[in-house]
Design a protein around this ligand. Structure first.
Ligand code: SAM
Length: 260
C-alpha cells in the first residue's frame, strides 16, 4: 500500500468557518518512505493540537478550548494515519462516550462518514458543547447509559452496521468489557474497535490486555474461531493514555454485512 500525505486547513481559525468554506483533509498518494511517514504524522499532530483540548495537564497541547478533544496528539495522530493507510471508505462510525464531541468531530474530518452515532450519558460537564462542535457533522445520538436495554434498542432501530467503533465511555473493567461485548454485534466484518485509555487506565488496560492475548491466536484461515486481530497500539512519549485498535473478523448476525 502506498503512503500518503495531506494538505489540511482545519486549524483553530478554520474550525469556526461555515461548512461551505471548511476544507476536508486532501490526500495525495505515492510518497513512499518512513521519513515521509514521520513527517506526515508530525504534521497531523500539529493540526490536531490546533483544534484544542479539554484539559492541558491531561492531554497536553497548546490550549484548552476549540473542540475540547480528550486525546493525546501523538497517540491519536498515528492511529488516524494507520486507518487512513488502510485505504477504505469507512461509512458509519459509532462512539461510546463522546463528552464535548471533539473526537467525533476529528474522526469525521478525516473519514467523512455517512453518519456518526454517539452513545453518551451526558454526565460530562462539557457535554453541552457537543451540539456546536458537531454542527456540520451528520450525527445522531442516544443519551443514556450505554449498558441499558434502551441503548441497544436504539441501535437496533437504526439498522446500521459500523466500520469503526470507538469505546471511551465507562472506564471500569466490567463497563468497558460490556461495551465491547454489546456493541461488537453492530460491527461490520473486518471492522475496527478502538479502545481509549488502554495503557494508563488500571481498569481498561487489563481488559485490552486480555483481547491482545486472544489476538495472538488470530489466523486468517481460522478467523471464524479466532476473529480478533491486533491492528495497532499507540502510546504517547510524554503523556500516556493509550489507544489500541483491533480488527474483528466476525460476520454480523441478523443484519446484512456491508463490510470490507
Ligand atoms: C472520556 S469522555 C469521552 C471523550 C471523547 N471520546 C473524546 O475523546 O473527546 C467519556 C464520556 O463517556 C460518558 N460515559 C461514561 N460512562 C457512560 C455510560 N455507561 N454510558 C454512556 N456514557 C458514558 C461520560 O459522561 C463522558 O461524556
Amino acid at each position: 500500500m502506498g503512503s500518503w500525505t495531506f494538505v489540511i486547513t482545519m486549524g483553530k481559525k478554520e474550525y469556526n468557518r461555515s461548512s461551505k468554506t471548511k476544507e476536508k483533509p486532501r490526500i495525495m498518494k505515492n510518497v513512499d518512505s518512513e521519513k515521509r511517514k514521520k513527517e506526515i504524522i508530525i504534521e497531523l499532530e500539529s493540526t490536531i493540537i490546533d483544534l484544542g483540548v479539554d484539559h492541558l495537564p491531561t492531554f497536553g497541547g497548546k490550549y484548552e478550548g476549540g473542540i475540547h478533544l480528550q486525546q493525546i496528539s501523538d497517540e491519536i495522530a498515528p492511529c488516524i494515519y494507520d486507518l487512513k493507510e488502510y485505504n477504505y471508505k469507512f461509512r458509519n462510525f459509532l462512539e461510546i462516550g463522546a463528552a464535548a464531541g471533539g473526537n467525533t468531530y476529528l474522526f469525521n474530518q478525516f473519514f467523512d462518514f455517512d453518519v456518526s452515532i454517539i452513545v453518551d450519558d451526558n454526565r460530562h460537564k462539557k457535554h453541552g458543547m457537543r451540539k456546536e462542535t458537531l454542527k456540520d457533522v451528520n450525527y445522531k445520538e442516544f443519551i443514556g447509559d450505554s449498558h441499558s436495554k434502551e441503548a441497544i434498542d436504539y441501535l437496533e432501530s437504526l439498522q446500521l452496521n459500523y466500520d469503526i467503533i470507538f469505546i471511551d465511555g465507562d472506564h471500569s473493567y466490567a463497563g468497558v468489557k460490556k461495551d465491547f461485548e454489546t456493541f461488537k454485534q453492530f460491527l461490520n466484518y473486518k471492522g475496527f474497535v478502538i479502545f481509549h485509555d488502554s495503557a494508563a487506565n488500571t481498569q481498561v488496560k487489563p481488559f485490552v490486555d486480555e483481547l491482545k492475548e486472544e489476538a495472538k491466536s488470530f489466523s486468517i484461515i481460522d478467523n471464524d474461531k479466532h476473529p480478533i486481530k491486533l491492528f495497532g497500539d499507540y502510546v504517547g512519549k510524554e503523556k500516556r493514555l493509550g489507544i489500541t485498535i483491533f480488527q474483528i473478523y466476525t460476520i454480523p448476525k441478523g443484519r446484512s454485512n456491508d463490510g470490507m
